[in-house]
Design a protein around this ligand. Sequence first.
Ligand code: AMP
Length: 590
Amino acid sequence: MLPWTTYEAMYDAAISQPEQFWLEAAQRITWKQAPVSACRTRADGWHDWFPDATLNTCHNAVDRHVEDGRGEQAALIWHSCATKERQVVTYRELQGRVAGFAGGLRALGVGQGDRVLIAMPTMIETAIAMLACARIGAVHVVVFAGYAGPELARRIDDVAPKVIIIASCSFQGQTPVPSVPALKEALAKTAHRPQACVIVQREACPAPLLPERDHDFRTLEQSAPAEPVTLRSEEPLYILHTSGTTGHPKGIVRDNGGHAVALALSMELIYGCKPGDTFFTTSDLGWVVGHSYGVYAPLLSGCTSVIVEGGASASAIRVLCHEHDVKCLFTTPTQMRLMRQESRSLSGAILPTLAHIFVAGEYADPTLLEWARSYFRKPVVNHWWQTETGWSITAHFFGLPEREPVTLMNDIGRPAPGFCPAIVPPIPGEQCGEIVLSLPLPPGCLTGIWKDGAIRVPAAYLDETNRYYRTFDEGMIEAGRAVHMLGRSDDVIKVAGRRISGVQIEKIIATHPAVHACAVVAIADTLRGQRPVAYVVPDAEAACAPSAEEIVARVNAVLGRWIGLKEVRFVRHLPTTVSGKITRKRLLVS
Ligand code: AMP
């Protein structure tokens, strides 16, 4: 279905003829009312994709595949690394369960535009709850199940959900953690009161149901089925709070039509997947990658999606890839590092159906990618994402006949269609700077921020001219459009007035064979403003431990002595966010 053979032809088509490009891309979706125009500027200055066209995302992700003869194909395969359970749900079964649960939500009074908060680990029921909301036009707000009461409370008050759905427990490793105490703590703090709570009972730790408030998930699934409602393309599908390190979490709002089109196109163009292929993401469904590539993109494309609860080990990933003929694996560098550590006791993987592996979410050092390539003996590439964009800003394009230049493989790739990055250097003439994206952003990106019950222009992300979206990521753009990432603008260290990204130093330290992980932060220096300090986790399996002198010499050899790295602190582990990203700011206070 792709009309282009080269990256340049594809990218240029999206830039020079965006209406034609996106209307053509929209043909991957079954519309109730097909779009006649691709993009419209809203009265508030932001943009709507496929205005006035109508569709239902759940129908596109589930029902139409049953109608097209895929009813007996697995839609979702779930594996719990905590309980070792495995479940396979066909498209036909998924349709029945989603329609029934959608009917149950309706019976609880949930209607179009109402918010439903889902605080669940990665389970089949999480995906069912998301799709059921989409079916009846309710807006789902999935919250990472590991959040404690106060974080949950902030999100409840932000979106005022009519119904909250939880599992009776989640797991930390193999240990069940009951969810009701966190919900109770949250509801003791919130001004908002949900109308009802729905609980998925898990064998390891069932929860008592409060008669006036609580409902059993599986009983609700037996409700009279609800048919998909017709929604305008621009109506909200979901709200997802960003994992930002500073300030209040922002509720990113995603639409129905633009989201469906962008994800369906990306499956073909970026991941090289067609209907019937199996896609495996290790991301928790509570994060954007879990939303986009655990649930929506594979299902919109008639693929099978493998999802996992808990951190999958290298051997579990291998077994799942092997047993379910996975074509594309999407994971994180952190997961990859863990796999590297564990795989020392395993031989290289032989996985005939696996075509390629993608990582995203944080910096992936080239040595890690090289290791993964030699372990899997498959192409392994990095690509760049934000919760706000919903799909990758830059990527590698396995759907095109043209092969990527090998030199690009260690970087985050080239812009996806419709993303127009530019660099804003702090000093004119410099090559590095913040990466901004010209507006409008392509379909699939945020339609606004949820605030006080309304969708507002994401003003905090706009530059002073209102023509660019600020990514707050730093990098540079090379000839051939290759984008290089240097990390968040807030990771930048200024040594004697010269800029250096902590990530740039980390890249060098990570090449030391006895280093497992590292993070570089800036501390105040009376003479030079700031100086870097490296926190290093030695590789427990290495023949000999790394020394501070070796690490400093390595950095100096590449960047020069002006960097002023003198201190290397050896630690057993680095603090991370719940999504596994290193929280450098916490290093500074530890
Ligand atoms: P989140 O919205 O939580 O997914 O985080 C988005 C941020 O993660 C981006 O702004 C980047 O700072 C970082 N990020 C995402 N993908 C990559 C990547 N491939 N390499 C380096 N950093 C990345």
